[in-house]
Design a protein around this ligand. Structure first.
Ligand SMILES: Nc1ncnc2c1ncn2[C@@H]1O[C@H](COP(=O)(O)OP(=O)(O)OP(=O)(O)O)[C@@H](O)[C@H]1O
Length: 271
């Protein structure tokens, strides 16, 4: 979002994160650096630990061992309110059962910055309006969030996260429910937003388009991390996802793009 008063992005470091539940390791020593202002993607098969990693960063989960560092400071040791100001998360858990209006939900992004019943300043109100415009939800401002479609609601929650002006923005499958145009617009916005971004994506082509670096998880471990063109190879996709892909450079941007073919169907009678 193009606001001159945005908070400075922070460097994020996941340092040897291990998460064990009932003796089972969900994360088995995950280390990953996200430089200030970078967009880093986390990809990997279902159950590989991507959401668990994000949950450790937004403190829904305390790692069994290891630390999350924000500008070298242990995030787990920060007062909860300070952490809430600096880290915003758009996750699959962002439920809002209350029938607030869209404008009210977006304004909630400022809550960690306010004291008590303090009203929003003019700058903060403008910030909310700009976030709603950026996410194309201005026309929904007075609607109750419970009446929205899945994609509209996802865009409202993204606007709320941006309104927070976080130093680090975490997103878990943010393109879920979004139509093609809004997927592209949201990811373009992430690139322009002056914050550090760690984003879980299933679509490897979108990850290649938006990310400075990509970390690949499998079985709670980092398989590799680096720029998309180095990480997203046919071998990696075969080894980690068990899928045959052809990798071609995007004709305009040069970013790797993966082409897939469905398995040939068995002709009737050959089964
Ligand atoms: N509270 C829990 N208790 C036990 N197992 C859990 C718990 N939370 C997550 N898991 C398991 O940990 C593993 C990692 O889950 P996680 O949600 O991090 O995967 P993911 O990579 O985000 O998957 P997906 O792509 O399906 O969203 C999965 O096998 C999941 O079933």
């Amino acid at each position: 979002m193009s606001t001159s008063n945005a908070k400075a992005p922070a460097a994020l470091r996941l340092d040897r994160l291990r998460v064990e539940i009932d003796g089972h390791a969900l994360l088995a020593g995950l280390s990953l650096d996200v430089a200030a202002g970078q967009v880093v993607g986390l990809v990997g098969p279902n159950g590989s630990g991507k959401s668990t990693a994000l949950r450790c960063v937004y403190r829904a989960l305390r790692p069994t061992t290891g630390t999350v560092r924000l500008d070298e400071r242990d995030l787990g040791a920060l007062p909860r309110r300070d952490a809430a100001r600096r880290v915003a998360a758009l996750t699959q858990e962002n439920g809002s059962e209350l029938d607030f209006t869209v404008r009210e939900v977006v304004a909630l992004g400022r809550a960690p910055h306010l004291r008590g019943n303090q009203a929003l300043s003019r700058r903060e109100r403008e910030l909310c309006e700009r976030a709603m415009a950026d996410l194309d939800v201005t026309h929904l401002a007075d609607r109750g969030v419970l009446t929205l479609s899945g994609g509209e609601r996802q865009r409202v929650l993204a606007a709320r996260a941006l309104t927070q002006e976080p130093a680090v923005l975490l997103l878990d499958e943010p393109t879920n429910h979004l139509d093609l145009r809004h997927q592209i617009e949201l990811l373009s916005l992430l690139r322009r937003t002056p914050t550090t971004v760690l984003v879980v994506l299933h679509d490897l082509n979108l990850a290649a388009a938006v990310c400075d670096r990509i970390g690949v998880l499998a079985g709670g471990r980092l398989v590799t991390a680096g720029p998309p063109e180095r990480v997203l190879t046919a071998e990696l996709v075969r080894d980690v996802f068990g899928v045959t892909a052809t990798v071609v450079p995007h004709p305009l941007t040069g970013a790797p793009q993966l082409l897939y073919a469905l398995s040939p169907s068995t002709p009737p009678g050959d089964a």
